[in-house]
Ligand binder design. Sequence first.
Ligand code: TYM
Length: 340
Amino acid sequence: MTDSGKKTLGRIFSGAQPTGDMHLGNYLGAIRNWVRLQEDYECIYCVVDLHAITTFQDPRLLAGHTREAAATYLAAGVDPKESILFNQSQVPAHAELAWIFACVARMGWLNRMTQFKDKAGKHREKASIGLYSYPTLMAADILVYKATHVPVGDDQKQHLELTRDIAQKFNSDFGVEYFPLVEPLILGGATRVMSLRDGTAKMSKSDPSDYSRISLTDDPDTIARKFRKARTDGEPLPGEIAGLKDRPEALNLVTIFAALADRKRDDVLADFAGQGFADFKAALTDLAVEKLGPLTAEMIRLKDDPGYVDGVLRDGARRAAAIAEPILREVRDIVGFLRP
Ligand code: TYM
């Protein structure tokens, strides 16, 4: 049961890092789904500022970025009465359970994490220990609420498999049936939105080129310019999706179009079959402006009301802690710590 007393299909936890502007990949891969799931699930949505500092964040900017991320959730339609919306560092239970999980997870498991390899790159020895143990904190985020379902983009799948491994090993090490095995919810037609400059690379905040991504704060002119400059090939659009094999940039634009329009990709292609990209990109721009415009306007409005956003986060942290603390107390007992 949620605060509002309705039946639910389970408890959802998800989050995003406050590391600057959110982009279309975050929206289509995750946040849009979070909004839709509020109907049937008890939802807990977090701005993961502890995760953000696994790579250095300017302390003068971090609080602002945290508010901005929360404003994005709200503007997209996360309802702070229906769901819990808070920032991770306000609920210390996450960090405490992460330590316990750091003692359950094995180095061999973490060594296999592709996100660490991508982010650390050639400078593995210089990466922070936090970046390496990042997935144990993510497992703690989810399991400190005993969440059952986690809606994410495709890139987080491996971290959720690790979360299941940690839950399983904790249960078997301590001889309990305590933590649930979470189910990833990788939903919608755009679970992996690609860069506008390279259809084989993920759209990401860390790409140095601003033209690689549509930011949720972009104005209509910027959106138009970015789609106009988006890389494509010289072939006309085919009549069905099979015709986009080995054409990653074209496939990405069609996938984005279909996701924004809530239509099947084959149906979109049926409208544009045989045409070049100029008309398609113009239609894509109109669609993106129509769908994202209200969200961007609401984000701008919330930016002028930091007191409201801070209040939502504070209230959310209080409600989140009320769920997490009793669970953490049970975990402490299971581990065998002396009671305070
Ligand atoms: P983050 O901040 O990188 O991204 C937030 C969400 O956006 C999705 N996403 C994408 N989806 C489709 N295409 C893309 N190009 C794209 N880029 C990002 C991500 O899959 C994610 O769902 N580790 C997480 C944050 C996290 C978390 C958690 C998530 C921390 N604890 C617990 C779920 C549960 C991350 O860095 O997301």
